[in-house]
Design a protein. Sequence first.
Length: 249
Amino acid sequence: MLELQHLSVAYRGAPPVLNDLSLTLTPGITVLIGHNGAGKSTLLHAALGEVAYTGNILLNGTSLVTYAPRERAKLLSLLPQKLPAPALCVREVVALGFAPFCTRPGEKEWQTVREILEKLEIESLSARPVQTLSGGERQKVFLALLLAQNTPVLLLDEPATYLDATFSATLYRVLREEREKGKHILLVMHDLAAALDLADRVLLLEGGKLTFDGTPQACLNVRIPERVFGLTRYRATDENQNEVYFFKA
């Protein structure tokens, strides 16, 4: 569905942020990890065609540059780290998710908006201007927009930013539900314990290249949290007697 071929991104006067990187996104949840400044956000924005790049990006086997923006938006969506604050109320922002598919939302679309707001437990915000919301509330609203857009490929940049523990659990549940629909999900995460619990596949970005690509268990086996991030691993069991890990600096 989404394939990056020999992708490179460089900003003027600086070394390449991404350097001859190739990646085929598979169905399920793929988590991208790496140090700050490693180029994780750049990779997501390049995949959407929002930054200049060399190489090739394929959607359904066709080069991204051949897609009209509206057609691309039917296949690929992004929840960015920096969120805008348009002069719209919450339900109007969520309804923007239908823009690639219809010029004006009808009753069916508005009903879907209501259902998504209820699913995320933010229906009480429906009429609130987005500009009046906290960072966490805006994060939930733009996640709702992403669900309304309902693309086969979802890109999310630190989606748990500003979220409390309760809604983070809701976010991860929603992502697992999207996985069960066969979606291709790529998200950037800094919380390694949460990432390893959520992911089907883990990618490590270092020096503009992917230096690890494997399962969460393989990531633990080669001690990436310890070797790359300098963390100490702790092991525990949850209420179902499953082994879980957490990490501290």
